[in-house]
Design a binder for this molecule. Structure first.
Ligand SMILES: [Zn+2]
Length: 187
């Protein structure tokens, strides 16, 4: 994941708070040492997270974020693991981006008795074309987001494109339509 929630894309381990700057002035963070990052051999590597992460890294991140909101829930983690396996094996192209997998996972788990609203706090939506930051505008009754650097030259509706990507990923992974594509992203 990139943005405000970066983690090691291979192990899911958190990154250091401190940034390390290279000769060009670009800051990166170090992968902290956990059982998983030690096993993956990524402890201490410098990164800012990745647009696509490994399935097990996403699951580790999911569990860590959940435990910030509630007690550990092994049944939820098992369901998430099964859903992530299907999402990651069914995804292609931009469907594979962590943020799209994350919101498809949220919708899959929303059909269970587990609360999943907390998931909104742990993924930052990015431009579906260039993965850059989005620029938000509030209009009466809705929110419009466009690419911060207008990468498509047309100020396209980023949220509509993200909804479409998440819905198509969900449909591919679970051979089913998501509950209501309009509800996939809520503000
Ligand atoms: Zn863009």
């Amino acid at each position: 994941m990139i943005g405000t929630d970066p983690f090691c894309p291979e192990s899911g381990a958190p990154l250091s708070r401190d940034r390390h700057y290279d000769e060009t002035g670009r800051g990166k963070r170090a992968v902290t040492t956990t059982d998983r990052s030690a096993a993956a051999g990524t402890a201490g590597e410098l990164t800012n997270g990745a647009v696509r992460s490994a399935r097990t890294a996403l699951l580790t991140y999911f569990e860590r974020c959940h435990r910030r909101h509630a007690d550990a829930d092994e049944e939820l983690y098992r369901r998430a693991a099964v859903a992530l396996r299907r999402l990651k094996s069914g995804a292609s192209g931009r469907q594979e981006w962590d943020v799209h997998v994350w919101f498809a996972l949220k919708h899959r788990l929303a059909s269970t008795s587990h609360g999943v609203e907390w998931m909104n706090d742990h993924a930052t939506l990015r431009c579906p074309e260039c993965a850059g930051r989005l620029r938000y505008r509030r209009t009466p009754g809705c929110v419009v987001a466009t690419c911060g650097v207008n990468c498509d030259g047309a100020d396209g509706d980023a949220l509509a494109a993200i909804r479409e990507t998440v819905a198509s990923l969900y449909a591919t992974a679970f051979d089913d339509d998501p509950p209501d594509t309009g509800e996939i992203l809520q503000f």
